[in-house]
Design a binder for this molecule. Structure first.
Ligand SMILES: [Ca+2]
Ligand SMILES: [Ca+2]
Length: 499
């Protein structure tokens, strides 16, 4: 507690020369009492006010899916030690022994109020892991050191996700907030408990979803909120700890570091998003105003150099390839997007052509079908007139008419535009020809004038078998059959007696 008091006091004196009444009180009062007095004032003030304006600051952030560049660097960030940036995350340390890694913003941040959202995973096979992950806001980049892979004696604040229980009090994994004015040496043996400004117990290892930490610095109050990674809900934050009257450097670097020891975890950071907070009623400064003049000139110069180089290269290329001089050079190359769009367009064009062709074929087949149908109906009509002149023809014509209609139905059912339909109609045509011939034949054979209602004559009965003969034969056969049945049943009855 003494160390904490000392640290606070030191911060207050170094960072705020015009110390306010509360800080003067600090030297005389107990830390707890002081904390309470200030906390009450802060909560009372913030409760009555509306939420601050929030603006995303891409120059101090990173996230997937294009987190790293092809050369392995992170735009606007530096990475050191064993950190491995990839497209969708930064592995601050792999799960190997004694690893240290960190990422830091390239430029300092000078926002009065801010909010940082860190999404990370700490995962390892063991029941315990080590050492942990730290989120920093410090006056200088702590590129390497013993405090979770970053430098000790930092000037600023560190939020530590301490996995390993060094003091054996069974109070890890835990989250602690430690402030430093640049003189304090971190108390690793006690898991920093002697220096903690705020702490909460949270198991952040091996969670189904990434763990999220929201660190807000607003009106000198540092709040840590945790999303424990049990749900995919991004806004499911729980309060962890709050430090009032937190004094941090006016300008500083944001950083994330991690380290492993004898035990090792993968420490993966999926995103770091920084937001600038502006008090309600105040206008946030325009983004352009934030770029320093010299930086702007530098970028402008760089751009001009690049443009000149490009022009030079263009000229060189045209000298080397005089045959393509007339064409614009840009058209010779095709970006991945252009190619994809072109391929999609070509594919659709092909499909369109195929459909068109199919449509044409279908129309042709339909035409053909229509022609066949008309031919058949003509035939039927013709045959009808033929049949009307004769009675036998009159009997057959409804049958053939039915056939035509049924075949029409079949034709449409089989499916339009198939070759089989055409074949089918050919068959029907042939068949109808046969029917027609039969009808004509019948018409020729019959004499329509005389045999109007007469039935065809029965063929004469054969003279060898008369009705009487047949009756006698049937009676004799029946008698013989009955005799046989009787004889058979008697024999079976006799056979049964032996058993
Ligand atoms: Ca520890
Ligand atoms: Ca501990």
């Amino acid at each position: 507690m003494l160390a904490l008091q000392a640290s606070r006091h030191a911060q207050g004196l170094t960072k705020r020369p015009a110390a306010n009444a509360c800080i003067v009180l600090l030297t005389f009062s107990v830390t707890l009492l002081f904390g309470r007095c200030d906390a009450d004032a802060a909560t009372g003030a913030s409760a009555s006010e509306e939420a601050p304006h929030r603006r995303f600051e891409y120059k101090y952030s990173f996230k997937g899916p294009h987190l790293s560049q092809p050369d392995g660097s992170i735009p606007f960030w530096v990475h050191t030690g064993n950190a491995i940036p990839s497209a969708d995350q930064v592995r601050i340390t792999p799960s190997l022994r004694s690893q240290r890694g960190s990422v830091w913003t390239k430029n300092t941040v000078g926002f009065e109020h801010w909010e940082a959202e860190v999404t990370f995973r700490v995962s390892g096979r063991g029941r315990m892991g080590a050492d942990g992950l730290a989120v920093w806001f410090t006056a200088s980049q702590g590129l390497d050191g013993p405090v979770y892979g970053a430098a000790d004696k930092w000037n600023g604040v560190g939020v530590f996700f301490d996995s390993f229980d060094n003091d054996g009090k069974k109070n890890n994994p835990a989250i602690i907030v430690v402030g430093n004015n640049g003189n304090l040496v971190y108390d690793h043996q006690n898991d920093g408990t002697t220096q903690a400004l705020g702490t909460c117990l949270r198991d952040f290892r091996n969670k189904p979803y990434p763990v999220r930490a929201k660190i807000t610095y607003y009106k000198k109050t540092l709040t840590v909120m945790i999303n424990n990674g049990f749900t995919p809900d991004k806004d499911d934050y729980e309060f962890c700890t709050k430090v009032d009257n937190m004094i941090i450097p006016k300008e500083g670097f944001f950083g994330i570091s991690a380290a492993t020891g004898g035990l090792a975890d993968d420490h993966d950071v999926l995103s770091f998003l920084l937001f600038r907070l502006t008090e309600p009623g105040q206008q946030p400064p325009p983004p352009e105003a934030e770029i320093p003049r010299e930086e702007k000139d530098k970028y402008q110069e760089e751009f001009e150099n690049f443009q000149q180089e490009l022009d030079k290269k263009k000229e060189e290329f045209q000298k080397e390839h005089p045959d393509v001089q007339g064409e614009p050079i840009e058209d010779l190359f095709e970006s991945v997007n252009d190619r994809e769009i072109r391929q999609v367009f070509e594919g659709q064009n092909r499909i369109h052509l195929e459909i068109k062709q199919l449509h044409r074929q279908l129309a042709m087949i339909l035409d053909e079908q229509r022609r066949y149908v008309s031919v058949i109906t003509d035939e039927v009509a013709k045959k009808g007139t033929h049949a009307e002149s004769g009675q036998v023809g009159h009997m057959t014509s409804p049958g053939s008419g039915y056939r035509v209609t049924s075949s029409q139905h079949q034709g449409s059912a089989v499916g339009m535009g198939t070759y089989e339909t055409v074949q089918h109609f050919n068959d029907i045509k042939e068949h109808l020809h046969l029917v027609k011939r039969d009808v004509e034949h019948l018409v020729q054979r019959s004499n329509p004038a005389e045999k109007v209602m007469k039935c065809p004559e029965l063929p004469p009965m054969p003279s060898c078998l008369s009705t009487v003969h047949f009756a006698v034969f049937v009676v004799v056969q029946s008698v013989l059959f009955f005799c046989y049945i009787m004889y058979k049943s008697q024999q079976e009855a006799a056979a049964k007696k032996f058993f």
